[in-house]
Design a protein around this ligand. Structure first.
Ligand code: G3P
Ligand code: MG
Length: 252
């Protein structure tokens, strides 16, 4: 059963969370994308943190640089000075030329200055887990103020176990594409706050079981409200979307 992390608190005070900031409105995982999510009415954003060479932490999704930037190569091998010098805007639109890949610190500062909640997804590349998790947790300890506006998520259960070992008060979200048979055991072992999963693979039975076990249920990545219409009745608490404006009717 999910533990109450801090006295009381239902930290998820929204039904809509921007995905990679707001990936349909601005270049994903950039500061512009975070600002676009806020402008579209989102009060929480999901972003991906990625470990690069020499312990650098940047906001980035892919294992390679080509799709979102004018750089090339394997993300985890790239030097920080190289990555932060790339153009992360033009591939989305010429209107965003010059947009940068943010560092984790820049993103934390931006998100807090906008008063948003943060779902920080820890990306991993197998062996990276033991490096990225302590580095991210230390950065959060020193640069993130309100624990009730923070969720740490990952597909990698070992990463969440390590996060839990470092600070058991953090709100942890286990991510699944397909929910495995042992989901409850995994969530219990980290006193998870939520289960975050692919809306298109979730069944009504699974959703109801997650809710019955006391967890929040978040679904990614839905950009059409009709696609998740039934999920609300199943108990879905929030949708993670590339375009929060499409779901603005939920907060009206
Ligand atoms: O956190 C939900 C979603 O971001 C997980 O998938 O690949 O978009 O990071 P991905
Ligand atoms: Mg993500």
């Amino acid at each position: 059963m999910q533990k109450d992390k801090s006295s009381n608190t239902d930290i998820l005070n929204t039904k809509v969370m921007g995905h990679r900031g707001a990936a349909l409105l601005a270049p994903e995982n950039t500061l512009s994308s975070i600002r676009a999510a806020a402008a579209a009415g989102a009060t929480w954003v999901e972003i991906d943190v990625y470990l690069i060479a020499e312990g650098g932490l940047v906001i980035f999704h892919d294992d390679t640089l080509e799709r979102c930037t004018n750089g090339e190569g394997v993300t985890r091998d790239a030097q920080l000075n190289y990555v932060i010098g790339l153009d992360a805007g033009t591939k989305f639109s010429a209107d965003f030329a010059g947009e940068k890949v943010p560092t984790l610190l820049e993103a934390l500062e931006c998100i807090q200055s906008l008063g948003l909640g943060l779902n920080l997804e820890i990306k991993h590349d197998g062996a990276d887990v033991e490096t990225i998790v302590p580095a991210v947790m230390e950065m959060l300890k020193t640069h993130w103020v309100d624990n009730n506006k923070l969720m740490i998520s990952s597909f990698n259960h070992a990463a969440l176990q390590m996060s839990y070992g470092i600070n058991s008060d953090r709100h942890l979200a286990q991510l699944y594409e397909d929910i495995p048979d042992n989901w409850q055991e995994e969530l219990e072992s980290i006193q998870a706050y939520s289960l975050n999963c692919d809306y298109s693979r979730l069944t009504e039975t699974q959703a109801k079981a997650v809710k019955a076990a006391g967890y929040k249920l978040l679904c990614y990545t839905a950009n059409d409200p009709q696609a998740v219409e039934s999920h609300w009745a199943w108990g879905m608490d929030a949708v993670i979307t590339d375009d929060p404006s499409k779901f603005a009717f939920l907060s009206e």
